[in-house]
Design a protein. Sequence first.
Length: 144
Amino acid sequence: MPVNQVIRLVQMGQGDVALESESIWLCLGCETCTARCPREVDPAGVMDALRELSVQKNPAKAARKIRAFHQAFLDQVKAFGRVPEFTLIGEYKMRSGSFFQDVLTAPTMAKKGKIKLKPQKVDGVKEVRRIFKKCMEASKEWEK
């Protein structure tokens, strides 16, 4: 289902149908659609919100690996204010059970400096956590 149709479902009050769409899990979150939207809608933000609501309403619905990556990504942003690759990979592997899927690429990536072993926090990590808290509060309000 194209993004515009998912957005239309939400506009028409059929958010539950949009939550069932596999399209919300295929969105890369690159925000190109938001940047190019002629109506100044935030499709990437809507897709992200739909993923969050989907996980809250029915965690088993999303594919295990997609859910694992989604939660690992958010956990890393909340903890560090950014996404440290090494800890993201570790948490994803633990959540998904894909321990050996691409294990041979890690040494090469580490040698090239693509993966840093020690995560670095950003200065605004408290603000990032506050945003997460506000989003969780807002999603609870939306459910009512």
